[in-house]
Design a protein around this ligand. Structure first.
Ligand code: NAD
Length: 246
């Protein structure tokens, strides 16, 4: 897998899966990374072994994309996302709108910008989630946003295929990142027993392989989906969840 000469957009690049993906792509020879995130401090502190440009903004804000000049790109990783957890009867409409806005509107705007800028032969990977295929109590907004995202990726794949552009999605199960801090049950557990042990306990509940992924695992799998190694794949969903959704 080599990305020399390639220009790649990564959203949600300041943390977790996005950051690990950017680091992996830089190691694999990417020429230039366009790194998008709302967290300007973390984004600007990211040190990579290739040329990069920090684009600070909200992926769900159309004005951000209108003001952003991507130039020509080869790949995009549509990855920025947020989670809010809670049963429907207690869930605020504001939280529902926020999750749908970042995870779905934001992905639509990112995919649209990427498809307008991408060269023939390019590819896009969308970070969905196992929550988009398995109905789990408490995940109405998050799971629905990810289910819609999986379908959006398939439709984008159909539309882009004639230009020889591929679009695939990955559905991680649990991954050890900061998105879990937004889950009150995890946050309480982490306070009591530490983050590492809290992740181990969460994994023990429903993940047959008994471990969460590290962001680096998912970053390498995203790179596979971007690369020519997956050249016959488009509109597919790579489930990487330790068996959680079986
Ligand atoms: P993370 O919180 O570590 O990283 C998410 C990044 O997205 C952060 O840097 C954040 O600032 C950025 N972001 C959030 N909203 C944004 C916005 N509106 N505009 C621009 N940037 C924004 O979490 P992560 O786990 O690395 O999440 C990355 C993706 O992976 C998300 O789409 C998430 O839903 C998905 N995912 C995560 C897991 C998991 O267990 N960690 C599992 C399945 C899917």
């Amino acid at each position: 897998m080599q990305f020399s000469g390639k220009t790649i957009v990564v959203t949600g690049a300041a943390s977790g899966i996005g950051r690990a993906t950017a680091e992996y792509l830089a190691k694999k020879g990417a020429s230039k990374l366009l790194l998008v995130d709302v967290d300007s401090t973390a984004l600007k502190n990211l040190q990579l072994s290739c040329e990069s440009q920090a684009l600070v903004g909200d992926v769900a804000d159309e004005r951000f994309w209108d003001a952003t000049e991507l130039g020509e790109i080869d790949h995009a990783v549509v990855n920025a996302g947020v989670a809010r957890i809670g049963p429907i009867v207690e869930f605020s409409f504001e939280d529902w709108r926020r999750v749908l806005s970042v995870n779905l509107d934001g992905a639509f705007l990112t995919i649209r910008a990427a498809l307008r800028a991408i060269r023939a032969g390019g590819s896009i990977v969308v970070t969905a989630s196992a929550a988009g295929i398995k109905a789990e109590p408490g995940t109405a907004a998050y799971g629905s946003s990810k289910a819609a995202l999986i379908h959006l990726a398939r439709i984008a794949a159909r539309e882009a295929a004639a230009r020889n552009v591929r679009v695939n999605a990955i559905a991680p199960g649990g991954v050890e990142t900061h998105i879990w801090d937004e889950n009150p049950m995890f946050a309480d557990l982490a306070n009591q027993i530490g983050r590492k042990e809290a992740f181990a306990q969460m994994a023990a509940v429903a993940t047959p392989l008994n471990r969460f992924a590290m962001p680096e695992d998912i970053g390498a799998q995203i790179a596979f989906l971007l690369s020519d190694l997956s050249g016959t794949m488009t509109g597919s969903l790579l489930v990487s969840d330790g068996g959680y959704s079986i």
